[in-house]
Design a binder for this molecule. Structure first.
Ligand code: GTP
Ligand code: MG
Length: 204
């Protein structure tokens, strides 16, 4: 293989990013992937709930942004599939962790699962793989209320902020990996998805 061919292949490889997208079932992973495809194709379609069904196994989707090819491995989050998650960590450039911010009852479960999987990222020798935590479904937060109550009909700013600081503390307190970012987003309205793409590229 000639030197120029090797250089060309290396250049293509440098512009390719492999992201692993994990999180509990129903947190919105596949909806986010669909949202990323929508915004990078510059279509005006919005994601509708009925297009997405729970992922059985996994699905790989690619998007191009700022001349990078971003391959996203979207793995089903159901309990029966979680034991297989650690099979997907090979040669990833970035871990995306999706949290359903609106479902307060599952935040702890999500954090426990994240912590278990951070170990897979952290044992990759000296290389620290960036982790992006996606606080999804922010479109459901009622910004007009403080929402500080125990029923889920009215999830407002106070609930959001306390969940946010809980997640931040959990990450700082429990992870050896300081290379993490928290992004608020919505797979449905596409809020935060451009910021996600930019952060994926920055981490490369
Ligand atoms: N309101 C709102 N609903 C969302 C958002 N993202 C996803 N959903 C809804 O949440 C449900 C689950 O979304 P999925 O994308 O299938 O979730 P998933 O994480 O891929 O689930 P598994 O494949 O089972 O692991 C669907 O009904 C989506 O429409 C969001 O940002 N806002
Ligand atoms: Mg899915």
């Amino acid at each position: 293989m000639g030197f120029l061919t090797i250089m060309k292949k290396q250049k293509i490889k440098d512009k390719e990013i492999k992201c692993l997208l994990l999180g509990l079932d129903n947190s919105g992973k596949s909806t986010i992937v669909k949202g990323l495809q929508d915004i990078t194709c510059e279509t005006t379609t919005t994601t509708t709930a009925k297009e997405i069904t729970p992922t059985v196994g996994f699905s790989i989707k690619s998007v191009t942004y700022s001349s990078y090819l971003i391959n996203i491995w979207d793995i089903g989050g159901q309990k029966s599939l979680r034991p297989f998650w650690n099979n997907y960590f090979d040669k990833i450039d970035c871990l995306l962790w999706c949290v359903d911010i609106y479902d307060k009852s599952r935040i702890n479960e999500s954090m426990e699962a994240l912590k278990r999987n951070l170990e897979s990222v952290e044992i990759e020798g000296d290389i620290v793989i960036p982790v992006i935590i996606l606080l999804n479904k922010v479109d459901l937060i009622d910004t007009m209320t403080d929402g500080n109550n125990n029923n889920n009909n009215n999830y407002g700013n106070t609930d959001f902020l306390s969940t946010y600081s809980f997640l931040e503390k959990e990450m700082v307190g429990n992870s050896k990996n300081n290379n993490y970012t928290i992004i608020q987003c919505s797979g449905i309205t596409h809020l935060g998805l451009k910021e996600l793409l930019v952060n994926i590229i920055i981490g490369k």
